[in-house]
Design a protein. Structure first.
Length: 255
């Protein structure tokens, strides 16, 4: 009797469905990327071709890699980014017109480029710009893709004149000639307009304003960040960076 009761209980047990795992992963992704990743990996264990699980797993791994900024954690960071790139490339291969998959790959490549030499950064930057443009062609309202393109312009313009010359003429970065501060500002302003509570949109826009010596708009963005809610695991760090940057600006005299 007890045996049959146990069998009935076991028969009634069902593993979480793909949709429930995805929904739970999406809910956890912003502030608990490790927990979210486990849900996405469970989906991929059953179906490695699931596009949403692939690109979301890529972003979760990229978020976890950002938490490993210490030199001693370089190996763990690189490993996470390599796995993230593999998942994002799979998603793009499976759905070449999916703006979220294109953005995810661009995001991962951007984080990868931060620790690479000039030659590899140029190669990655060329691909990042292409991915951002493809994502925007598929969805012109994708705030992340606008941020990606704005950040691309910002990073290229930050290079020295010599570095840009070498990149354009010797390392295959002909598209670097299309970068401008105006485009960096326009794209990041668009990202902020589309999602005004994303701290990283406003922080990078403030950096562009500062690079253009436009102090008051930069100050306004940095102050706004101080009252925004944390939506991502990295937001506490980004808010601290914004406060530190604000502290470096000259004090406005009282009249």
């Amino acid at each position: 009797m007890i045996r049959y009761a146990l069998l009935g209980i076991l028969a009634g047990f069902q593993a979480p469905s793909r949709d429930s795992l995805l929904a739970e992963g999406v809910r956890l992704a912003a502030l608990q990327p490790a927990a979210a990743l486990r849900r996405f990996e469970a989906i991929l264990a059953a179906d490695s071709t699931d596009v949403a699980a692939n690109w979301r797993a890529a972003i979760a791994r990229s978020d976890l890699a950002e938490q490993r900024a210490a030199p001693a954690e370089r190996g763990a960071r690189d490993s996470l980014l390599a796995a993230a790139q593999q998942a994002a490339r799979r998603a793009v291969r499976l759905a070449p017109g999916n703006p979220s998959a294109l953005f995810a790959l661009g995001l991962v490549l951007g984080n990868t480029a931060l620790t690479r030499g000039l030659k590899q950064r140029v190669r990655l930057a060329v691909e990042i710009r292409d991915l951002a443009l493809r994502a925007l062609a598929a969805d012109s309202l994708h705030d992340g893709a606008h941020h990606l393109l704005g950040r691309w312009n910002y990073e290229v313009m930050r290079l020295s004149g010599v570095e840009r010359f070498v990149a354009r003429n010797l390392l295959g970065g002909a598209t670097f000639g299309k970068a401008s501060w105006a485009e960096a500002q326009r794209e990041l302003e668009r990202a902020v307009m589309l999602d005004s509570t994303r701290i990283y949109h406003r922080l990078d826009l403030a950096r562009v304003y500062l690079a253009r010596h436009d102090l008051e708009p930069a100050r306004a963005q940095l102050r706004r960040i101080g009252v925004l809610p944390a939506r991502l695991a990295a937001d506490t760090t980004l808010r601290r960076q914004a406060a530190e940057l604000l502290g470096t600006l000259p004090v406005v005299p009282l009249h």
